[in-house]
Design a protein around this ligand. Structure first.
Ligand code: NAP
Ligand code: F7E
Length: 322
């Protein structure tokens, strides 16, 4: 039974990846940071099937201890300060966790068990002010937020440790992926939760920022499989993971409100409070390399994703109302 350590197991992707690895017969060890309240909402259903260990990407010795104790075959580094607007409010923390945290984890692997296979959660935010359309593994980076800058560091340190120490280290450049487990502050979930609240009579309006930005949105459950496939190859490499299709925030609103028979124009208010100091206007990735080398392709369409998320929020809020 192979052992996998997942950092960020309490997050959206960590929870789907843990589900996936359990289905493959892995021993799954989830690394969580200490907090005064329990943050296990997304992994409640598998809490008895995985092992939880405390560790923090700020703390080098905690990472060394985790690798020493579990001697993993694979490490998936999903933990990060992942919300782009917060990265302008907390740029130093974002750099510490999202950038230097990668080095700390790779150092722990290099020192303790260098044959561990390593996955780094890189991001399409690295492309920022895009240099070409669609974006590929060869597209130059031009990040537009402290978060994007931190992810560029995480990407290059992964490549550097692979080339310097011959580690099996892969960087997955994942485009936006969403699900009913997405955090409420991200725009897709904010919209689907808002739609459900309005439909159930719990709210009258939804305040959003820039409706024109375009994203290549996929389903998180599909994307975690690509992470795993990267670590099953003969040699490490970097991969763009995306659908190849882009939609605006406005189009997401139209689809989500439309799914419950409402017109988004009657409810959505544009509020400058949610504008960003620098925006990423357009993202669309080419998943060709992942398709050819990993045999991976997304299963859930944009329309399927929107409907899945709206239906889940209707069910959640309906249940809460009982
Ligand atoms: P998420 O839901 O925000 O989860 C982030 C996870 O990181 C949480 O489990 C969080 O723990 C943990 N964490 C934060 N700071 C930590 C620290 N100092 N030490 C240890 N753990 C810490 O993010 P996600 O959407 O699942 O994304 C997973 C990864 O993929 C992130 O690295 C993100 O930047 C990257 N990514 C995401 C997307 C996307 O569209 N979702 C696209 C590209 C890349 P708590 O529960 O305690 O907060
Ligand atoms: O914003 C616009 C906003 O916060 C998407 C993270 O997982 O994906 C995510 O980063 C777009 C932006 O995601 C609101 O201006 C409009 O253009 O959902 P988001 P993100 O910034 O793309 C990447 C790949 C990651 O790696 C990150 O970790 O939507 N937008 N109105 C809004 N965004 C938010 N959050 N809230 C609004 O009200």
């Amino acid at each position: 039974m192979p052992t996998a350590i997942v950092t960020g197991v309490t997050g959206q992707d960590g929870s789907y990846l843990a589900d996936f690895l359990l289905s493959k017969g892995y021993r799954v060890v989830g690394m969580v940071r200490r907090s005064s309240t329990v943050t296990f909402g997304r992994i409640e259903h598998i809490q008895d099937d995985i092992e939880i260990i405390q560790g923090d990407l700020h703390d080098q010795s905690s990472l060394v201890s985790v690798i020493e104790e579990y001697r993993p075959d694979e490490v998936y580094n999903l933990a990060a300060q992942s919300f782009v607007p917060t990265s302008w409010k907390q740029p130093v923390l974002t750099g510490e966790v999202t950038a230097l945290g990668v080095t700390r984890m790779m150092e722990a692997i290099r020192l303790v068990k260098p044959d561990t296979r390593f996955y780094q959660a890189s991001s399409s935010e690295m492309f920022g002010k895009v240099r070409e359309v669609p974006q590929t593994e060869a597209t130059p980076f031009y990040p537009r937020s402290p978060y994007g800058v931190a992810k560029v560091y995480g990407h290059w340190i992964t490549v550097n440790y692979r080339e310097s120490y011959n580690l099996f280290a892969c960087s997955g450049i994942l485009f936006n992926h969403e699900s009913p487990r997405r955090g409420l502050e991200f725009v897709t979930r904010k919209i689907t939760h808002g739609v459900a609240r309005i439909k159930l009579g719990l709210a009258q309006e939804l305040r959003l920022g820039n409706l024109e930005s375009q994203r290549d949105w996929g389903f998180a459950g599909d994307y975690v499989e690509a992470m795993w496939r990267m670590l099953q190859q003969d040699a490490p490499d970097d991969y763009v993971v995306s659908t190849g299709v882009t939609h605006s925030v406005r189009a997401f609103c139209e689809a989500a409100f439309g799914h419950v028979g409402l017109n988004y124009e009657d409810y959505v208010i544009q509020d400058p409070r949610f504008y960003r100091p620098a925006e990423v206007d357009l993202l669309v990735g080419s998943p060709e390399h992942a398709r050819k080398k990993l045999g991976w392709q997304p299963k859930v369409s944009f329309e399927g994703l929107v409907e899945m998320m709206v239906d889940a929020d209707l069910q959640l809020l309906g249940r809460e109302a009982i």
